[in-house]
Ligand binder design. Sequence first.
Ligand code: AMP
Length: 113
Amino acid sequence: MSDCLFCKIINGDIPADTIYEDDEVLAFRDIAPQAPTHFLVIPKKHYNDLGEIDADDDRLIGKIVRTGAELAAKEGLDNGYRVIFNNGPDGCQIVFHVHMHILGGRKLRGPLG
Ligand code: AMP
């Protein structure tokens, strides 16, 4: 989508600190990290939110989770990390292109909400 920030990152129109890329997914460091390690894993295909995901996307969403876990291991998050999909206005989603946050590198504060 032409007006989507993350599509612009995928297209190379906006720079990002990319840590992984293949033909389906992109992972890059969050511009405003909330933990010592904070990166996002996104599908290259545009979905506004999780409500647009259907059964055909099961493999892709699984790949996003697996990619995040593998990158977390590479980043040395051996003591754990948090995985978040903010979804919709009440979920505090700001960028309407599905994305998975991974945060770690310190003991994270809870509770979730
Ligand atoms: P969310 O509230 O889940 O929609 O979070 C969107 C995330 O995208 C926030 O953590 C932002 O800091 C992050 N973000 C926004 N713009 C950029 C950018 N240009 N590069 C990397 N991360 C970004």
